[in-house]
Design a protein around this ligand. Sequence first.
Ligand code: S0N
Length: 285
Amino acid sequence: MKILPGETNSNWTEWKSYEDILFHNSGDGIARIAINRPEKRNAFRPKTVCEMLDAFNLVRNDEKIGVVLLTGAGPDKKGVFSFCSGGDQSIRGQNGYEDDEGTQRLNVLELQRLIRTLPKVVIALVPGFAIGGGQVLQLVCDLSIASENAIFGQTGPRVGSFDAGFGSSYLARLVGQRKAREIWFLCRKYNSKEALEMGLVNAITKIEELEAEGVIWAREILRNSPTAIRILKASFNAECDGIAGIQELSGYTTQLFYSTDEAKEGRDAFLEKRPPDFSDYGWTP
Ligand code: S0N
C-alpha cells in the first residue's frame, strides 16, 4: 500500500508485519511506523497501540536506528489522508478501549511515554487529520512536519473524554496557556499554517514531498553525535517531566560515568575487596 505519495530515495524494507501498522527500515538509520487504518482516519484500537509499542521497542534496541518517522498510511478510498484521529470510538467501553479479549485499556498512555523517552529522535509526518489522541501523538514526537492540507484539533470535551497529561500540560508548554485552553475548551480545527504559527509543528510541505522532507531531516540528524542528541532529548524532557525526567537525564550521565577510569576504579576496588583509590582524580573546577 502506498503510504505517502512522496519519492524518498529510501530503500524501505519491511521490518515486521502487523495487522494495524506498517513498519519499515530504510537500511540507513531510519525506521518508519505508519498507522494503517485509513478508512477509520487511522483511529487506534488497543491492538494498534500494542503493535506500535512492539515496533518502537524493536527500534529502541537497534543501535543502527537513530530516527523514527511516525505517520499515517493513506489515502483512504475517498482520497483522504490522516495521521491519526485518536482512540477508536466504536470500541470505547466504560473503562477504556476494548481489546479482542474484552479487556478495556488506555494503553496509548504507555505509547506516549515510550515515544517521549525513546533515546532516538521521533519525527511526526502529518499528512492529514491529527485529531484527539492522534494530535497528542504528534505532540509527543520530538519534531513534527505537516503537509499543507493537515488539520489539527481536540475533540475530548465534545466526545466525552480528555487527555489531562501530555495532551494538555505539554501542549501548553508548546503553544502557551491561552492557546492550549482555546484548543481544548472550544474543540476547533486548525490548519497547518495555524499549527506552524502556534509552534505545534516545525515545518509545512506539499503532501507529495512530506515523506522525502522527513527523510532529509532524518539524514541531517543522523550526521550528528548520537550521545549528544540522546542527552539533549533527555534534557528537554527533564525540564517538564519532574523526577521521571531527571531520572532519564541523570541515568544517561551515569552511563557516561561508567566509561571513565574513575568509575572503573570504584568497581574494581569492590571486586578486588580493597578500599578504592580515587587520588588520581581531582575535584574539577
Ligand atoms: C477526524 C475527523 C475530523 C475526520 O472527519 P471526516 O473527514 O468528515 O471523516 P468521517 O466521516 O468523520 O470519518 C470517516 C470514517 O472514519 C471513522 N472514524 C473517524 N475517526 C474515528 C475514531 N476516532 N474512532 C472511530 N471511527 C472513526 C468515521 O466513523 C467514519 O466511518 P464510516 O465511514 O464507517 O462512518 C472526524 O472523523 C472525527 O472528528 N473523528 C473523531 C475524532 C475523535 O473524537 N477522536 C477521539 C478523541 N479521543 C481520543 O482520542 C481519546 C484517546 C486518548 O488519546 C486519551 C489519552 C489519554 C487520556 C485520555 C484520553 C481520552 O481522551 O480518552
